[in-house]
Design a protein around this ligand. Structure first.
Ligand code: F6P
Length: 539
């Protein structure tokens, strides 16, 4: 079995130093990198050699990644536990070739909705769509959570240099502090509220939306409040019940998963911020990555290689987490976005056929932008006892030509980190440093040991020309397909999320207990004790 061969190969070479691979192969940097439409993914600073790569590619082939990808793009119901097609790729597909679900082309509907979104976004941006009492909508609040928040919030920040529309605010947490602090700073007369929820039942979103509605009713009057709302949802019956005018409801089909939904109506806030043209450029970047993914074979396929590197580190080498480290302040929310994309998709313990997985599923994903992380958790990455594969990202240029010297520093820091992780610092070098600093004897030895970096820690670096809407689309689609490939190889369904349900059910049942209208009978001692403490403390 290929997994076993991979593990044997890894065990055979466990003491190999990554840097020695460069000595053996002067062309390694070129050979262990993928280029795709202006992007470069360098994975040469990992322990993957030719044999490992061949085995990993064989793994992808034997799992049927290419066939499964064609099935996804063709609208087959590959989300088997929910009986749904998986077609977020259709949201960024300009056509003209049809994409069929149950024999029907979905693209005309996608393009119609996009045109309606554009009309609405342009209306707000130009002032054609006005608040009922006059003036302009200067502020837009997107109320949503998970996939109905993370994607547009991440992308709105990422594309800040293109933001020339109304101000955007994202409210997600059921913690009243979130909506309170947001509303407090806004003028209701010039604020539009978008309720973003695929199901229109999510408790956090519906609670925050009700709070916003009360705020508007109190401040602009019940007769005007309705014209301050729009909705993004598949559940048009529920948006109607909630009283949102159908002309301001932007729907999408069940073949768009929440965490894959930025490309359609859930991206409306982003579109209002940056304008339809830039939104379409993002779609074009995503579509370009789709074409690359579908049409490129083997090691030249960027999402496939990013996935195989991930599988190598987590499933073969056993590293429990991976860090996503964008050297781009405007990608500050990308790690949070990828946490949902990767961990909600591939954090499963059962295979598609219901059997228990015999390999580990997805790793823990975490991260922060560089250089901030360097001054926080990089200590552990460099000298801690566990290995954290790092995924660096950096743009060749920034958006601030007059601050090019700062961008050079940013690039230097990014490249220095992957260099340091790979080479480390030997005990001999640390001793020489300490001798030069005037230490000797036992104290020199003790001090030197604290200054050793083991090195041999793997990383990848993704380089893009500049963080434009097109490039952002490429990066997001790259990661979507990476998650897909990992899921196929592991044999799991990356498109359901049953693991979020139990906690929601229990929270619903606990609410009246916390309110004191029901007792704690039947609750375990810890939960009952926590409720008692919170109530006694005034809760
Ligand atoms: O609880 C998890 C989840 O269902 C996510 O998958 C989804 O992105 C989020 O909640 C929000 O769901 P909705 O858009 O239906 O409000």
């Amino acid at each position: 079995m290929v997994w076993d061969e991979l593990k044997v190969h890894r065990d055979d070479r466990v003491s190999l130093r990554i840097e020695s691979l460069f000595a053996d192969d002067p062309e390694r940097a070129q050979g262990f990198a993928v280029r795709a439409e202006g992007l470069l993914l360098d994975y040469s600073k990992t322990a993957i050699d030719e044999r490992a790569r061949d085995l990993l590619l064989a793994l992808a082939e034997s799992a049927g990644v290419a066939e499964r990808a064609q099935a996804m793009f063709a609208g087959e119901k590959i989300n088997q536990t929910e009986g749904r097609a998986v077609l977020h790729t259709a949201l960024r597909n300009p056509g003209p070739d049809p994409v069929l679900v149950d024999g029907e082309d979905v693209l005309p509907g996608v393009h119609q909705t996009l045109a309606r979104m554009e009309d609405f976004a342009e209306g707000l941006r130009s002032g054609r769509i006005r608040p009922p009492q006059g003036g302009r909508f200067t502020d837009v609040i997107n109320i949503g959570i998970g996939g109905s928040d993370l994607g547009p919030a991440m992308a709105t920040l990422a594309l800040a240099p293109y933001h020339d529309g109304p101000r955007l605010h994202y409210v997600s947490n059921v913690d009243g502090a979130h909506i309170h602090d947001t509303l407090e700073a806004l003028d209701p007369a010039s604020t539009l509220v978008i309720v973003a929820s695929k199901t229109f039942t999510t408790i956090e979103t519906m609670t925050n939306a009700a709070t916003a509605r009360d705020w508007l009713m109190r401040r602009v009057g019940a007769e005007n409040a309705g014209r301050h709302f729009a909705a993004l949802s598949s559940a048009t019956d529920k948006t109607a019940e909630w009283g949102i005018d159908p002309s301001r409801v932007f729907g999408f089909e069940d073949w768009v998963g929440g965490r894959y939904s930025l490309w359609g109506p859930i991206g409306l806030g982003l579109m209002i911020a940056v304008g339809p043209k830039h939104f379409r450029e993002m779609l074009a970047g995503g579509h370009a990555m789709d074409r690359h993914f579908r049409e490129t074979q083997g090691a030249a396929n960027m999402p496939v290689m990013l996935a195989l590197v991930g599988l190598w580190h987590h499933q073969v080498c056993g590293y429990p987490t991976r860090a996503v480290l964008p050297y781009e302040q405007r990608l500050a929310r990308l790690p949070a976005y990828l946490q949902q994309l990767e961990m909600e998709s591939n954090g499963k313990r059962v295979a598609m056929d219901g059997t228990t997985l015999d390999a580990a599923s997805g790793p823990v994903v975490w991260g922060e932008p560089g250089t901030n992380g360097q001054h926080a958790f990089y200590q552990l990455i460099h000298q801690g006892t566990q290995v954290v594969p790092c995924e660096f990202m950096i743009g060749a240029t920034g958006h601030e030509p007059d601050l090019a010297h700062q961008h050079r520093l940013l690039v230097a820091n990014c490249l220095a980190q992957s260099e340091a992780l790979m080479h480390g610092r030997s005990l001999d070098l640390a001793r020489a440093m300490m001798a030069e600093a005037g230490f000797s004897g036992d104290e020199l030895e003790r001090q030197a040991r604290h200054r050793v970096f083991p090195g041999n820690r793997p990383s990848t670096t993704l380089v893009y020309p500049k963080l434009t809407p097109f490039v952002l689309g490429q990066i997001i689609a790259l990661y979507e397909h990476r998650v897909f490939v990992e899921g196929v190889v592991l044999g799991i369904n990356s498109f359901d999320q049953w693991g979020v349900e139990l906690g929601k059910d229990l929270a619903r049942a606990l609410e009246p207990i916390i309110a004191g209208t029901q007792g704690t009978e039947g609750k375990d001692g810890s939960t009952a004790g926590l409720v008692a403490f919170i109530r006694a403390a005034g809760g």
